[in-house]
Design a protein around this ligand. Structure first.
Ligand code: 5GP
Length: 114
């Protein structure tokens, strides 16, 4: 089922897009949890981590991590470090069922997460 992120991919609703390639899109989270909070998504619809198939999606996931590194450098947070998060399913409070990697940085974080 399509989500709000499909609408962002199709430019049906606006987003602050920071990176785009053939297979991947990245845009700022509407409700940022840190000075830098960017969502990196595949353009194809994969609902969550549970639907990832290593063989089928390896290259795509690689592209998402490459995008994360590129964006982190551009945002100036690569050296101090950042957090990459995939929320998967209800216990992790996943809200949007279109696979997305949160790139969060620009402040010191705590561990364990809430
Ligand atoms: P999840 O909880 O599913 O891992 O994260 C979904 C994220 O998407 C949340 O951090 C939320 O703020 C963000 N989000 C939800 N709707 C929109 C939207 O329409 N535009 C943008 N830019 N971010 C959104």
């Amino acid at each position: 089922m399509s989500t709000i992120f499909s609408k962002i991919i199709k430019r049906e609703i606006p987003a602050d897009i920071v990176f785009e390639s053939e297979n991947v899109l990245a845009f700022r989270d509407i409700n940022p949890q840190a000075p830098t909070h960017i969502l990196i998504i595949p353009k194809i619809e994969i609902p969550s981590v549970r639907e990832i198939n290593g063989k089928e999606h390896a290259a795509l996931l690689g592209e998402m991590f490459d995008a994360a590194n590129k964006i982190a450098k551009k945002e100036g947070i690569a050296e101090d470090g950042f957090r990459l998060v995939f929320n998967c399913g209800p216990n992790a409070m996943q809200e949007v069922y279109h696979l997305h990697m949160h790139l969060i940085g620009g402040r010191k974080m705590k561990w364990p997460p809430g």
